[in-house]
Design a protein around this ligand. Structure first.
Ligand code: SF4
Ligand code: SF4
Length: 273
């Protein structure tokens, strides 16, 4: 089963759920797909191996190019711009779709590797953990996310800790998953951002359940939203200083009996067997 964990905004508790669920379950791997700010590794120390991820960007042979503009017309990201004398390629804007190569009738387009980030791999108690990092200045971590997801795995389950918010990286994270855990911080601020994710999940028709996190007894915003929108509430986690203190020190919560009960409830609600 492939399970993505997402949130409307950073700081909702998505990472806490991801690393503790990974630690608690057997036969599972974890992918940290929050490539602009990966932090699952802080909770899961160990030896690691690192591989570079490249994107392929076009090189145009100006001696073969007839300046027909087909490549520039095709490129949805405006990465190829015609000038009076040549076709210019803006590496940073290229999304590595290889479409320009297909539309060029002159065979003028080849590709070169351009490093965009890294994938770190660790073995945590016999379970694979992958974490992607986008290099500073690069535009898109989609290739890093898809490369990690395509990495062969023999585990029964994969947990993908996705980026916060709604972006093309979120869509890449959600591609092909069986279930989504939406971690929502209780309160108006958390609700606004989570609502956009709910809209996206409904659009993509992916089954999901909500973890209502950092919930206070006197705040009913999240609970009301879940009821009004007929969402599946997996579990409500009350705000707890103990959890916050342990997490802020990079500790897992799986040793806490009360947190084990929370994880058991999530596992049951998602249907992980
Ligand atoms: S499609 Fe090929 S021939 Fe046409 S402008 Fe682009 S590189 Fe040149
Ligand atoms: S590979 Fe795709 S995104 Fe990159 S320049 Fe060509 S058409 Fe544009």
């Amino acid at each position: 089963m492939n399970i993505a964990i997402v949130s409307g905004k950073g700081g909702s508790g998505k990472t806490t759920i991801a690393v503790n669920l990974f630690s608690y379950l057997k036969d599972v791997r974890l992918i940290d797909a929050d490539t602009e700010a990966p932090n699952d590794h802080l909770y899961l120390p160990g030896e690691d191996a690192t591989d570079t991820v490249n994107k392929e960007i076009p090189i145009i042979d100006q001696t073969l190019c007839t300046k027909c503009h087909a490549c520039a017309d095709f490129c949805a990201f405006n990465a190829i711009v015609p000038t009076k004398t040549k076709m210019l390629v803006f590496d940073d804007l290229c999304h590595d779709c290889r479409g320009c190569h297909l539309v060029c009738q002159e065979g003028a387009i080849s590709y070169k590797n351009h490093p965009i980030g890294t994938i770190m791999t660790r073995n945590i108690d016999g379970k694979p953990f992958l974490s992607g990092t986008l290099s500073i200045g690069e535009q898109s971590g989609n290739k890093i996310i898809s490369t990690m997801k395509e990495t062969k795995s023999t585990t029964k389950h994969t947990i993908i800790d996705g980026p916060p918010g709604v972006s093309c990286k979120t869509v890449e994270t959600l591609d092909g998953v069986d279930y989504v855990i939406l971690v929502m911080e209780d309160g108006l601020f958390g609700l606004h951002d989570a609502d956009m994710v709910v809209e996206l999940l409904n659009e993509l028709k992916i089954p999901f359940g909500v973890v209502l996190n950092k919930a206070y007894d006197h705040v009913h915003v999240g609970q009301n939203y879940i009821q009004e929108n007929l969402l599946n509430l997996l579990v409500r986690i009350p705000y707890d200083e103990t959890y916050q203190n342990l997490s802020s020190k990079g500790k897992l919560l799986t040793g806490e009996i009360s947190y084990q009960r929370i994880l058991d409830t999530i596992i049951k609600g998602v249907g992980i067997i």
